[in-house]
Every structure is written in structure tokens, then in C-alpha cells.
Design a protein around this ligand. Structure first.
Ligand code: BGC
Ligand code: CA
Length: 441
């Protein structure tokens, strides 16, 4: 209901601003266009208060990068020009190293706890396969390293663990990984990464769940009884592999994201997942914009309680001032605690209080999701954003990309002057300038 009202006022504002600047022919997609037919009353005040955008230069408007941190996809080096684009620029993500370590430890703990049954062909080798999301995405790289590090299969490359895919390594001869050893109850087992590959489809979309489903079919057909564990950089790919093969073969499968379907699957043998606290990230994504638009201290409603009582405690996030980055902390979700994580779209209770519409008048935000088909972003992150946008009085226009080209998204940022702030999820972490160049025009 609230969303309908907000959408209505967006429509009104769009109409107003289009007339005001005389700009026609703009191809901006409005997500809830059917709502314009509704006959609910609009809040006249909200409407007038949002109509003042145009005055601030687009380059000076609040900007938040989220989920894909501006960085060099080969070296991981942060793109500080993008992260400091203006005084109100931030990144919101999660602590990739802490999460990666948790995921690796979760898998290792599971193997140790189930050592009597895990080695399916009894050859003394615990074999696993790994689905890699995007070889140039720093979060994906961290997860690959975390798993290899915990299982002892990592090989050093220039001071950190090599994160390249091995292709297949059923005989243990790869130089990208090594055989690890696990000592449990006095017996020494070998741990081997049998296969890994980047799950990229032919059109170029990464983290591709369907590609992962095909990969497990191929792998299992040629060396299925060697596979004792399936690990994935995310739940989208993990669930695809679970449904295609591991569920029927009782092979524990581990993912990342704690999407609702993956958490529910723990009851059916999915091994576990990691919550990257999307409920905290989605809040932070919009909250930093809200604070910048309100001209208040950036910590308001974050580390410092706002007047509505919203506040985050230090056990769920960290802020790195130098990197202009907020990082949510991760939590392992396993058979022990999954009941508490069954719905990944519930707002985080400590930051679930509605802001007052007088002191925090409605503002218009342009926000894109790099790939509308991404499981985590579409099934977990966006539903959360849509709840927080109401609580924070933000009128968000959601743009879903195709996951392949930046231009597919930037084409829909044709008139940035219509918006008060921007939230950006790039296709590739290197491509921040594709967006900032538009805002700088
Ligand atoms: C998520 C993945 C998702 C990716 C998109 C990651 O944080 O874990 O599931 O595909 O973001 O950028
Ligand atoms: Ca085995």
C-alpha cells in the first residue's frame, strides 16, 4: 500500500520534472507503471518536496556503490577515484575475507564431523568440486581462496592463494591447487579439488546458475563417485547443482548468501551457507543516501541511533573510512541454526523503524541491479531494499540489467537530473567510470 502511494508520487514528480525541464523522449522505465491507474490519494506535500532535484549538479549528488566494489578485476586494487567520486560517495558490501574464512571453516568442520560417511568411494580421498562465480569479482576470489585455505588445497601465487579455476584435476596433478591433508581421529585423509570452473554463460553472464547445473551433470557423469562435497561461491549456483545432482546422491553442497530456498534446503541435505547480512547491507545502501540527502552526520541511524531508534551494533558491520566502505559481517548458517534464517527478506529489527515524512521528505533514487536474474540480488537483496525504501521515505526506481553489458544499464540513466541520488551495482568492478562519466556531464 505504502509503495503504491510512493509510486504515485514518483509518477507525478516525473511528469512535473519532465515538463519543467522540457525534456521529452526519455526512455526511463518506471517499475510500477500500473500503479498510476490507482485512485488512492497522493500526499501533496511529498510531491512538492521532491520536485526540487535539478538544483544540485548530478556529480554532487549522493552516490552509493553496492555489491560490486569499484576495483581492478585483475589485481583487486580498489578504484579510489570511484570511491571518492564526491563527498557523498560510499560503498556498501560485506567483509569478504571474514565470510570466506567462515565458509571454508564450515566445509572443513562438516567433513570432520561426518568423516565416517563422507568418503563415498572409500579411496581415502575427500574430493570436492567448486563453482566459481566471477574470476574478476573480489568477493568471488575471496571465497575461492577461503575454501582452498581451510581445506589445505591452496597454492601461493604472488603472496596470496591462487584463485584461478583448475578445470579438472581428478588425478591431483594441477599446479593451481595442491592436495591437502586432513587428520581426523588418527587417520590422514587427502583432500582434492577435483574440478572447478567459472560459471559464465555463453552470453557472458557470470555467477550463472544454469551453467553450474550443467557443470555438475558433466562432472558427475565422468567422475561422480569421486565427488564427496560440492562447494559454490554462491547459493544460486549451489542450489542449481544441488537440484541437478547432489540432493539425489546425498552429497553435501555448500553455498553463500543464505537465500531462502537454500536455507530451506538444509533440511534436505544442503550442507550450509553463509549469510552476508543482506538485511544490514540493504539498509546501509539506502541509509547512506538518506543521510547525505538530509545533510546529517553519515553515522546517523548507523552507529548512532536516529530519532526513530534505528541503530546498528558493531557486531553486524564495520566502516572503513579510508576506503569509504561499509562492510556487513557474515554468519554461518548450518543445520544447527538454519531455522532462524528461513526468510532472507525480513528487515533487520534494530533498523526497522519508519522515518518521519516531515523531517525526511521523499527523495528520488535511481538504483540498478547488474543482472535481474541474479538469485541473491533478486531473491534477497532487492526485496529488502523495497522494504527499506518505504521506511526511509525513498522513492526508488529499480533498473534490472542483463548481467552482460554496462550499456544495457547506463542507457537507462538517460536523465540523471530526475533523481536526487544514485545506487549502482556494476556489471564489472572495473567499470565505475561508465557511470560517473554520465553523472559528470
Ligand atoms: C553474491 C552472489 C551474487 C553476486 C553478484 C555476491 O555478493 O554472493 O550471489 O551473484 O554478489 O554481484
Ligand atoms: Ca573419495
Amino acid at each position: 500500500m505504502k509503495r503504491k502511494l510512493l509510486s504515485l508520487s514518483l509518477a507525478a514528480v516525473l511528469a512535473l520534472s519532465l515538463t519543467a525541464c522540457g525534456g521529452g523522449g526519455n526512455s526511463t522505465t518506471t517499475t510500477d507503471s500500473t500503479d498510476t491507474a490507482a485512485t488512492e490519494d497522493t500526499d501533496a506535500e511529498e510531491t512538492t518536496e521532491t520536485a526540487d532535484s535539478g538544483e544540485v549538479a548530478n556529480a554532487d549528488k549522493p552516490l552509493v556503490w553496492f555489491n560490486r566494489q569499484p576495483s581492478n578485476s585483475s589485481t583487486g586494487e580498489l578504484d579510489m577515484a570511484a570511491l571518492t567520486f564526491n563527498d557523498n560517495t560510499y560503498y556498501v558490501g560485506f567483509d569478504a575475507n571474514q565470510g570466506a574464512e567462515l565458509q571454508g571453516t564450515m566445509v572443513k568442520d562438516y567433513i570432520e564431523a561426518n568423516i565416517d560417511t563422507i568418503d563415498r568411494n572409500g579411496d581415502g580421498i575427500i574430493g570436492y568440486v567448486l563453482a566459481i562465480g566471477d574470476i574478476g569479482h573480489n568477493d568471488s576470489i575471496a571465497r575461492t581462496r577461503g575454501v582452498r585455505s581451510a581445506l589445505g588445497t591452496g597454492v601461493d601465487a604472488d603472496g596470496s592463494i591462487n584463485s584461478e579455476p583448475v578445470g579438472t584435476n581428478t588425478d591431483g596433478s594441477s599446479t593451481i591447487v595442491q592436495d591437502g591433508t586432513l587428520e581426523v581421529n588418527g587417520t590422514t585423509y587427502t583432500v582434492r579439488e577435483l574440478a572447478s570452473q567459472e560459471m559464465k554463460n555463453s552470453a557472458g553472464a557470470t555467477w550463472d546458475a544454469a551453467t553450474a547445473g550443467n557443470a555438475i551433470n558433466t562432472w558427475s557423469a565422468s567422475f561422480g563417485d569421486q565427488i564427496d562435497v560440492v562447494v559454490s561461491n554462491n547459493d544460486g549456483m549451489g542450489m542449481s547443482m544441488f537440484n541437478a545432482w547432489s540432493k539425489d546422491n546425498s552429497v553435501p553442497t555448500f553455498g553463500y548468501d543464505a537465500n531462502s530456498d537454500a536455507v530451506a534446503a538444509i533440511a534436505e541435505g544442503y550442507g550450509g551457507t553463509i549469510s552476508q547480512h543482506a538485511d544490514v547491507q540493504a539498509y546501509l545502501t539506502l541509509r547512506v543516501l538518506r543521510n547525505a540527502l538530509d545533510g546529517v552526520d553519515i553515522d546517523t541511524g548507523i552507529g548512532t541511533a536516529d530519532e526513530a531508534g534505528n541503530v546498528l551494533s558493531s557486531d553486524v558491520f564495520t566502516y572503513n573510512e579510508e576506503q569509504r566502505s561499509y562492510y556487513a559481517l557474515n554468519v554461518a548458517v548450518t543445520a544447527d541454526n538454519y531455522q532462524d534464517f528461513l526468510d532472507s527478506t525480513v528487515v533487520y529489527e534494530p533498523v526497522s523503524n519508519q522515518l518521519d515524512a516531515e523531517t525526511h521528505p521523499t527523495k528520488n533514487v535511481w538504483l540498478n541491479i547488474y543482472n535481474a536474474a541474479d538469485n541473491f540480488l533478486s531473491a534477497t537483496y532487492q526485496p529488502l531494499l523495497q522494504k527499506y525504501d518505504d521506511l526511509l521515505n525513498l522513492n526508488v526506481e529499480y533498473i534490472g540489467g542483463d548481467g552482460q553489458t554496462e550499456s544495457n544499464i547506463t542507457n537507462r540513466l538517460g536523465n540523471p537530473s530526475q533523481y536526487d541520488a544514485f545506487a549502482i551495482n556494476m556489471v564489472k568492478t572495473d567499470n565505475a567510470a561508465s557511470y560517473t562519466s554520465i553523472l559528470s556531464q
